[in-house]
Ligand binder design. Sequence first.
Ligand code: ADP
Ligand code: ZN
Length: 605
Amino acid sequence: MTQIQTGLLILLLTFLGVVGYNVYLHETTPNEISYTDFVDQVQNDKIKAIHLKGGSVKGEDISKREFCSFIPDVPSILPLLNEKSILITAEKDSENFGGTLKSMLPIFLILGGYLIFSRMQKGDKPGFGKGKSSSFHPIKSTNLTFDDVAGISEARVELIEIVESLKHPDKFSSLGGYIPKGVLLQGPPGTGKTLLAKAIAGEASVPFYSIGGSDFVEMFVGVGASRVRELFTEAKKNSPCIIFIDEIDAIGGKRSGGNASGSSDEREQTLNALLVEMDGFDSNQTVIIIAATNRPDILDPALLRPGRFDRQVTISLPDVKGRRKILEVHAKKIVMARGINLSDVARGIPGFSGAEIANLVNEAALMAVRKNKNAVELSDFEEAKDKISLGLERKNLVIKEKDRRVTAYHEAGHAITAKLLPETDPVTKISIIPRGGALGLTQQVPLDDKYTYSREYLENRIKILMGGRIAEEIVFHHQTTGASNDIVRATEIASRIVCEFGMSTAIGPIAYMHEQDGFLGASTATKPYSEKTAQLIDAEIKKLIDQCYTETMELLTTNNKFLHKLAEALLVNETVDGEEMEIVHHCYINELEIEKNLKNKLKEG
Ligand code: ADP
Ligand code: ZN
């Protein structure tokens, strides 16, 4: 073929690419609605879930119509979204990187076209899946170890077993051990999932194959599935090894059934190929597939079945200790001035992910270089932080100090109520690190599996749920919407006590189907009831709630010094575990003792 012919062909390909691409863009852009419309729909419960990227929002309304819109001020609408219990997923706004990529797609198309074309000239058949030489080359060994990933102590224990099975597959299976096949790392972007997968490969010194979920779904139809097969063939030849699939949600999102667009067909084929490959291992082939996602909620359940990604490891944003450890890892790479306290730096960057911390250290070093310093000083960290935070503020990642305080008292309120009341499950963890839609969490783990609940246990659950809002009221004298889910759950328990468990004396042991209670389900024995009974039921529920409220208010007011102490500990450390909470409780009890003794002495004297 002459050069002119080649040139003409490329031109033609470009033209087709651009035209085709614009048609594609046109088809997939959802209906854009105004912000006012968006708020309207939220208020009228027309929307159940949204995806946020910076101020851009998209999703589907209840009649499955896709929409997109722009929110001028995201923080201001969050309370409403919470109140309506809308499932929010969010991703970092990467300076509209997606948009840039999209606009560059035609260029990629040309390049792709050219590549195929030049392959053809060399005598290869087109299509990546068919060439003789594989397009997958593992990174031989990654050299990274668990020491390069800081603040993951919880995940580490689970992952060591995987390293062991890669290192000694024979020993592992001869002992009857079941070699894990798939591990799903889930967590926000930048929390070190990729790093961790590489560290596993490094620890086990095995080859590491890495591919992005979106790499599978290419513009050439039918390539995704064959790429999967090719990847697995290649990996099996080099077993034991690791296959890492980043952003698995790009191919592993729930299969949509009705949606007949070409790209989703392509995705489904790719996903099916992946499932077939994962199911078809011999026991002597140790290939561990590690996948990462920040959207576990949208994954196809088929991926999570036994024998597939049945190990799930959650990696959350680091707390203050974790941030200090990550800072230490990255600070090793730069020259630091003496006397910098990394704990202080860590405290000043709540909400930062590992990637943002790495970026912070890097920026601080750049600041120092710009000023011709020979070591990085605290002021450089401060400046770098301000620079990054300004960017983050826009992205709504930095939690406002006031919100942190309210959350700390709210969670401390739950935890203290649980701690001080008898017949409750022990508190194992309290945290004010936001995750999902929630600003904080208080975790209680029952000592044993409970099958029956006493009335006291149930009432105390109501009180624990109310403890959050009551603590806010005691300290800030106002109510926030942050507690709305607690209130819903408390009301639910109260109405079950009255209607389902027959524990109210005024009504007696009769199970009634309360009108609002969908949750009772049709299987429960129900009894039709009169208007009068309905009023009685409502009155009983209200009485129960009011009584729980008053008693919890009393409990927390009497113990408000404990409340302040625990909230303070949360504000400093961001997470407090069960043991640490015991220590705070101990300090509080000691102080009470001392006060009492003092008073007695004063009386005597
Ligand atoms: P993810 O895959 O979760 O999006 P990455 O593994 O790509 O995150 O993290 C990006 C970078 O951020 C890493 O290369 C590393 O420099 C830094 N980083 C993230 N988490 C950690 C951590 N826990 N310890 C040390 N560095 C981290
Ligand atoms: Zn709460």
